[in-house]
Design a binder for this molecule. Structure first.
Ligand code: PEP
Ligand code: MG
Length: 755
């Protein structure tokens, strides 16, 4: 005969009353255990809460010895309670003492109880504690009793998440949910940020868990599911998924789940048991999450993310919240936490209030990373599970230099980082003071320091850093952050704005460098075995002259009456430059024929980044107006070492005689033939390698905005003649065994150069 007195709905109604009472957390927990015990007709009901030290502490009980409260403790994995916590699964046992995991705690006086039912207290799939009932008789608890206990566990989870239990934690203990954590990821954009968590896709806080009218809740669910399905169907049939930064496969997966009868039925059952529709969605999702988190299969874990997203969408449908960031009440020190994000979404936030960005996915070449770097937002990526480990407004520190995150940091960690931030700010201030100081070496050689850019947000840096111009404008970034191919007029407007913002300072545009790792999501592309050496950049442009000519036309229009500097990437033969130049001339002719004003001065150049050009420099220099060395690509092809592959990227040293001789040859030939040479790869941005470049003859360097201060500080103190005297003989033939890096570091320390 079953013993349950009242159905789950009655229990939930009573729970709601208890939650509304103006009592403290201990009294509330005590009332909850009484309520359950009465409802399930159990002699014992207890709540265990997980502490930061991995111990489950008895927080409330009816039936066990009251003196054991806040004393009895079991490790995760220890005893039946510990087993439930580690497995995140209920245990329903008619004879608990016969279970191999049973651990007897004499202070509780639980030896007279035989049957045992325990469920995990879960939030977003994370175990926060365990809720248990026990009886003397040997009985198996009914399915609806298990459900009732799970629902109550949800209510307790909300109490824990709201921080209510911290007030009754024993001195010296911390509740696990508030535990400080140190998480490792990958550094994507440098800098340090201290602040508070803002979830890019906030979990909607469900305050109303318990249904007043079950039928009404069922109807609300039906309506919301209908709307959800409709919106997914629409997105897929309109093909506008790329606008939302989502891929078709992901949306297909969402749609599959949204039509899954099993999923919907589970939610309906939870409503039947007395939950509101939104609480029912959350409960089902939390159960699924707990089950799936134990999966190690990456495919299934990815599907879990999809299901999470879908459940959030459904909850938002139910609660009438528009999807989107908590942008309205952004704290002044927001650290945005997201699974991943489109570049445009980051731009929607108020930059002034963002101190950092943490992502579960995304690599160094992701679009959002490029934008974060341009905006100077410290960013750490590939931080596993960060979204489910944080609560909105948690304190957080991100260290974009090392690629680490401190969640709910201890006071000493916070102090150490606050000091680091002050130190960086002082240094930045020193760099700012150098803005109007001419960049001349201590022995009087002028050096042009230019800026690498690619988005409009980069351009204020031109003024802030005092750079001489934009030495490399990566035009592909505009294409990468767009949702479809920018039209000619859009490109023209964009280039026009760039030139306006730069004013008198010259801008060197580079024609589209797509292919390789720079993929446009809206463009079909073939799978290539070696994309870096494949169909990219100028190769692609010459094979698709429509694209190249559109871009050239947009630039010619934008630069009407002013200077236009344009260079082509990945040129391997002089003939490729001639063909590109021919397109420019044809476009110019077309422009003039139609009576449009032309640029006042047109300069065409080439990126030197394919080694084959090193043996064609004389021919090349006869035809170009300028060149710019792309040392990133040149280095990877020079050493046959993939720049994106961590296993080989750092295997060789760019500051070794072989590579420096090649770079010197490019600069020297330029000087001999009167062709301006700039270097715009990452090598220009580190003070030590910039020093080496000056030593081998470079007088123009282009770098990211954050590198300008450190490089300028170095060169103002540099005696270039002395460096040349030391470095150049070591690069002579027959001296290849010299350790050039050591020579350079010794020189820097002898003259106290900050490198
Ligand atoms: C380079 O290759 O050095 C360069 C500046 O271009 P990118 O990094 O865009 O390939
Ligand atoms: Mg390149």
């Amino acid at each position: 005969m079953r013993s349950s007195l009242a159905g789950p709905r009655v229990l939930l109604r009573r729970l709601r009353e208890v939650m509304a009472e103006p009592i403290n957390a201990q009294e509330r927990l005590d009332k909850i255990v009484q309520l359950i015990a009465a409802n399930v007709v159990a002699e014992v009901c207890s709540v265990y809460i997980l502490r930061a030290d991995g111990v489950l502490e008895l927080y409330a009980t009816i039936g066990l010895n009251k003196n054991a409260v806040h004393k009895t403790a079991l490790r995760v994995g220890e005893g039946l309670v510990g087993l439930i916590a580690s497995d995140a699964r209920p245990l329903n046992l008619p004879n608990a003492q016969a279970h191999p995991a049973f651990a007897y705690r004499p202070e509780t006086g639980e030896d007279s109880y035989n049957s045992f039912l325990g469920v995990p207290i879960l939030r977003a799939g994370r175990t926060l504690g365990v809720l248990v009932v026990q009886n003397m008789s040997h009985r198996t608890y009914f399915e609806d009793e298990v459900e009732a206990l799970q629902t109550t566990a949800m209510v307790i989870a909300e109490m824990v998440a709201a921080g209510e239990l911290e007030a009754i934690a024993q001195q010296g203990t911390t509740i696990d949910l508030a535990r400080p954590m140190h998480l490792k990821g990958v550094s994507l954009a440098e800098g340090i940020g201290l602040g508070h968590v803002v979830l890019h896709e906030p979990r909607v806080v469900i305050t109303n868990l318990i249904a007043e009218d079950v039928e009404r809740e069922g109807e609300r669910l039906d309506d919301a599911i209908l709307r959800l399905r409709e919106s997914l169907d629409n997105m897929l049939s309109n093909g506008d998924f790329s606008q939302h930064g989502e891929h078709r496969e992901v949306l297909e997966a969402y749609r599959m789940f949204a039509y899954d009868r099993g999923w919907v039925r589970k939610i309906e059952e939870a409503i039947q048991n007395g939950l509101t529709a939104e609480a029912a969605v959350e409960k089902v999702q939390s159960d699924t999450r707990a089950k799936m988190l134990r999966q190690t299969d990456p495919y299934l874990r990815e599907r879990l993310h999809d299901l999470d997203d879908l459940a959030h969408r459904l909850i938002r449908e139910l609660m009438g919240h528009a999807a989107g960031p908590e942008a309205d009440d952004l704290p002044k020190d927001a650290i945005i936490v997201a699974r991943n994000m489109g570049a445009a979404e980051l731009l929607d936030y108020d930059r002034e209030r963002i101190r950092g960005l943490v992502l579960e996915e995304c690599g160094p070449t992701s679009h959002v990373t490029i934008v974060a770097r341009a905006l100077g937002i410290p960013t750490v990526g590939q931080v596993e599970d960060i979204v489910s480990l944080v609560e909105s407004r948690d304190a957080i520190i991100i260290d974009g230099e090392v690629g680490q995150v401190f969640l709910r940091p201890a006071a000493d960690v916070e102090q150490a980082f606050a000091e680091k931030v002050r130190f960086r700010a002082r240094r930045q201030e020193q760099y700012r003071q150098l803005r109007d100081v001419p960049s001349v070496t201590s022995d009087g050689t002028d050096i042009a320091i230019q800026l690498n850019a690619g988005l409009l947000v980069d351009l204020p840096s031109l003024i802030d850093t005092g750079a001489a111009g934009v030495g490399l404008f990566r035009t592909e970034l505009q294409f990468m952050v767009a949702s479809s191919f920018p039209r000619m007029t859009e490109q023209q407007a964009f280039y026009s704005k760039v030139l306006d913002a730069a004013g008198e300072r010259p801008v060197t545009f580079r024609s589209l460098d797509i292919g390789g790792d720079k993929i446009l999501p809206y463009m079909r592309h073939a799978q290539e075995e070696n994309p870096a050496m494949g169909w990219r950049a100028i190769r692609f442009g010459l094979d698709r002259p429509g694209l190249l000519r559109t871009q050239i036309r947009a630039m010619l229009h934008a630069a009407a009456g002013r200077q236009l500097k344009l260079m082509f990437p990945m040129v391997a033969e002089v003939e490729e430059f001639r063909r590109a130049k021919d397109y420019v001339e044809r476009e110019l002719k077309h422009l003039k024929q139609h009576g449009h004003p032309a640029p006042s001065d047109l300069r065409l150049g080439v990126m030197v980044e394919v080694p084959s050009l090193l043996w064609q420099l004389e021919e090349l220099y006869q035809e170009v107006d300028f060149v710019s060395v792309g040392s990133n690509d040149l280095y990877q092809f020079f050493n046959a070492a993939d720049r994106g592959n961590a296993l080989v990227a750092d295997r060789f040293d760019p500051l070794s005689s072989g590579f420096l001789r090649a770079l010197r040859h490019i600069a020297q030939t330029g000087a001999n033939m009167d062709v301006p040479v700039t270097l715009c790869g990452e090598l220009a941005g580190s003070p030590l390698s910039a020093m080496a470049l000056l030593g081998i003859g470079y007088r123009s360097l282009s770098m990211s905005p954050s590198s300008i201060g450190p490089v300028k500080t170095m060169l103002l103190k540099l005696d270039l003649k002395k460096l040349e005297e030391k470095l150049l003989p070591a690069l002579e033939p027959g001296k290849a065994s010299e350790n050039i890096r050591e020579l350079l570091t010794d020189f820097a320390s002898e003259y106290e150069l900050p490198v």
